[in-house]
Structures are given as structure tokens and as C-alpha cells.
Write a protein that binds this ligand. Sequence first.
Ligand code: C2E
Ligand code: MG
Ligand code: MG
Length: 592
Amino acid sequence: MNAVQSVGDTDELLFADDGQDDQEPVRSAWRILIVDDEPDVHRATTFALSGVTILEQPLEFLHAYSAAQAIDLLTQENDIAVVLLDVVMEREHAGLDLVKTIRNDLKLSDVRIILRTGQPGQAPEIETIHDYDINDYKTKSELTRTKLFATITSALRAYRQIRALDELAFYDRLSRLPNRNRFIDLIDAQLQHEEVGNQMIAILDIDDFSEVNDALGHQQGDRLLQAVAERLRNSLGAGVVLARIGGDTFGLMGSADTIDPVGILDLFQDPFAVQDDGMVVTATLGLVHLSDVRGDGMDALKDANIALKRAKKKRRGDYVVFSNEMGFDIRERVRLLRGLRSAVDNDRLFIVYQPQVNLDTGRPVGMEALLRWRDGDGGFVPPEQFIPLAETSGLIMVLGDWVLRSACHELSRLQSAGWSDLRMSVNVSLIQFRHPSFLDKLRAALQDTGIEPAKLELEITESVAMEDANFILDTLTAIKTMGVSIAIDDFGTGYSSLSQLRQLPVDRLKIERVFVRELNPEVQGGHIANMVVELGRNLGMTVIAEGVEDEQQAKALQAMGCHEAQGFLYAHPLPMPELEAWLLMHGKPTLH
Ligand code: C2E
Ligand code: MG
Ligand code: MG
């Protein structure tokens, strides 16, 4: 019997018609693998589902009559969306063992698994369903045509969501190129090879891109980026890895003769076609030989970046190859770090609070504590600059602890003033989080200020949440046990594994502001925000959008079912006295 068999007229694979001819073909049928030792079950299932279309696509069936056959198929075939799996086959546990093999050995975490059994008594333990991410559990008698349809639809919906999340994690949507995460993975893979030999990495930065953006608008900026991506792709050929690793930066990897900086810069001689105009831009390159890299893919990228910075200082439109004595710009860092130390000593650091509101009522639900550094000249150093510095220097421990205590203290004051329902969010960096004393400090801050733990929320970034799985799970569980709430910050930018996310005790997802910015009629898209909202709701979490700047965005988010929002539309981050005034204007303290 042929293991791959299609139903009805669905056996031709259509190609997605999105104008991207050079893309991988997109399979336009959902692939369902039926694993069962009884041929009748295969027949009944395909019959029940023959000719149906689910989520705009037909179904294609694959058939396995034993666990071994299923493993072969799962290894050889791509894009299997759903496995309909018999619990009892040649052995009593054959089905459940296969589930373990699929998740643990084949590492297929996307495929949705629906268990089927003849007798209800063979139900697996709840833990098994959870641990192996089994989507559904049905006795065969329950699988009537209608139920089967409903079950498969919900499994396919989940599968689609997971795939979208993977795509988000590894591909840039504008250029369809691999993104930074993926590029780093690819460098890592290359570094594993013994033959690193003549491989090179380059970072290509488009000069003054932000001016193009400001002058001509984001849409033109996007078109320019697409044109540059296309020319690079066509000229460099398939032997070179091309990725979009930042707003206006591309990553390249290939042999030294293909990554020829002079040749690459020459590609910018001719104008780029942007709609009907020709646009001339230049680019600057930073390069590194992989054989010079000590460390992993991330380090390789850092080195290339150092070279890029040098090149920019020298002259735009030129290139620099990294050499080991460059190291990083120590002097600059030392200066900034000295400044930060003295800021700590001279009380030039303070905290501002940005309100968060309920999208339906417009009422304040809480605020986020954000750290500020006023430098000697009355200007501000942005947190994006000094937080990483504080992290690498260890100063973040003192700073973070101070922010946590101050925020708890202010919350306790607000509570005595009648604001007993408000929540205080505090950002916690990975360095703090990893420190063995963190939980003790948190406990002490709660005790000393007497605040209700549930009113404190810790924000960890998505990349932290996806670190070492067991450690994160243990720490988050300990935090939850104290009653403290947990939010994942900047959600949508990190490397999310859904199977991990669903196991974490997280209360809230914060949609990263770039995805909120897209919610505007001139820019296509918005589906990521929508997806995060849907995802959060499915996982029983609250979803809050950050960076909401106008009514339109707020309306769109509300329509998606997003619960809360934060952004300039409501208020900028404010010093405490101004926050209190704002609260009085926009909410009502509950008097006790
Ligand atoms: P975040 O936690 O994602 O904070 C939100 C950032 O968005 C804040 O930037 C805020 O001022 C900004 N923002 C809020 N509403 C809008 C809006 O409508 N439009 C735009 N364009 N931006 C908006 P900020 O204060 O510069 O902080 C930047 C980052 O620095 C924070 O991102 C956070 O990751 C980090 N940070 C700030 N304070 C602390 C802290 O105490 N500890 C740690 N570990 N990190 C902190
Ligand atoms: Mg935050
Ligand atoms: Mg954020």
C-alpha cells in the first residue's frame, strides 16, 4: 500500500501566489498522518473527511500502520500538521511511546497530536497529555464526521498559530530573509564544522537610512530595503547566506571569495528602483573571518559589529575587517560606566511611572516603573544605553534592587491613598533574575513594604523567558508561589517556543511596540499583534499592548480582544507626583 495517498482532487500541491517567485513553494494542503494498525480506521477516517476544506485548505492524508512506519514517515516528510494516533497498536503502550519519540527524539514540537483509543479505560494520565503536548484525546466512537471535523479544525488552528510563531521567531517579514536569531543559529552551525577555514561574516549597514525613512516615509523605506535585499540576493547567489539582522542591516556569510567587500560595495553604484524613482544609497561593511572568532555566533556578530563601527567612524561607504586587537571601544565604555557609578552616588537616577489602562473602560489598572539617568549636563542617557552597561558591569544588581524596593514603597503609599487596585510592574533583567539572592530580595521587599504580592508584577523579556527551561520554570514557579504576578515583556521579538511558553506560570503578555506601531492604515500587517492577542487569550493570559500612541491603534487592539494598554496616548512615563495627579483625573481611588 502506498503510504502517501491523497483524497479526491486535492493531490496537486498548489504554489502560493504572492508574487515571490523565488520563495519555497508553500504546501496548500494540510497534511494529516493517520497511525493505526486497523486498515478500517484509515478507511473510515479518510471517508469521513473526504473532500472537506479546513481553514481554507484541503486535507492530504498519510498512512502508517505501525509505530515504526509512523517514525519513518515523520522523519522523511515535512509539514505534517496533525497526527491521529491509535493508543494501542502492536503493544499496549505503542501509541504513547510513539508520542514520546515524536517529541523527545524527533524533536517535532509543532505537529499536533490527537490520541484515539477503542476503550475509554486506556486514557493516558493528565500529566502525559501535558508533558507531551497532546492536543486532544478521543475514543474512536466519539470520532463521528462532525466531531472529527471539529477536532481536526482546532488542531489545525493551533498548528497554524505555532507555525506563525516560528516564522516570527526566525524570519523577517519584510524581506522574507532569515532574521537575526536565525542568522546567529546559522553561524553557530558553521562554527560547529571543523572546516571554518575561509568563511567570513559581514554586516552591511545602509548609510543614513533613518534619513530616507524620515524624508520619504516608512513605506518608501521598506521598499528600498526590499530592493537592496533583492539585489544582494541576486548578485551574491545561493552560496552566500543572506539575513536581515536589524532595521537597516543585513548579515552575510560565505567563503572569503564570495564575501568580497569591494565587490559588495560596488553593488551600490547603481540606483535602486523604488516605485518609479531611482534611489542612490551607500552602505558600510564590517567583516570578520570566522577563524578569528572566539566564541559562538553571537560573538562573531559582535566582532563584525565592532568592525562596522570602526568603518563608519572612518568613512561611510567603506569597509573594515575585524582584527583581534580592536576589541571593543574600551575607553567609551569606561567613561560611561564611571558616569553611571557617580550617578548612583549622586542621586542622579530616579524612577518614572507610566500608567497602564484597561482598554474597555479606559481606567488605570497599574503602572510600569522605568529607570531614568539625568547626566551632569541636564540631558538624559537612554536606558537602552545604560541598562546593558549596568548589566555587564554587575551594577544592575544594586540598581535593580533599588528600583524594586522604591517601586514597592511607592505602591504601598498609593495603596494607603486609596489606590488599592493598582498594579506595579517592575522590569527585571536576566542578570538579576539569575542571581541566587534574587528570591530573597524579592521576599524582603514584599515584607518590608507590606504590599499585597499580587499587586506587584515582574516583567521579564521574552528572551529571558526562553532561556534555560528548567531554571526559568523553577524560578518563575517560586515567584508565583509568593503570589507575585509575571509578565513577558517585548513579546514577539524573542525566540519563543510555544511548548515552553504554555508551561510557564505567566499572567500577562506585553505586545512589543513595533507590532503596535504597525496597526495603522497605511502600513500593511497588524497580524502579529492579533496573533499575540489570540495566543495570550488561548493560554488564559491577559494581554497588554505597549507603545500605544493613537486612538486608531487602541481601537484596533480593543477589537482584537486585547485587554490592556500602555503608551503615549494615555500618558508618558511620569514622576510620582505627576502620576498621582494623572490618576486622580482618570480613575477613582477605592476608599476603604
Ligand atoms: P520596556 O520595559 O519595554 O519599557 C517600555 C518603553 O517604551 C519605555 O522606554 C517607555 O518610555 C517606552 N514607551 C512607552 N510608551 C511609548 C509610546 O507610546 N511610544 C514609544 N515610542 N515609546 C513608548 P524607556 O523608559 O526608554 O525604557 C527602555 C527599556 O529599558 C525598557 O523597555 C526596559 O527594557 C529597560 N528598563 C527601563 N527601566 C528599567 C529597570 O528599572 N530595570 C531594567 N532591568 N530595565 C529597565
Ligand atoms: Mg517593561
Ligand atoms: Mg516592552
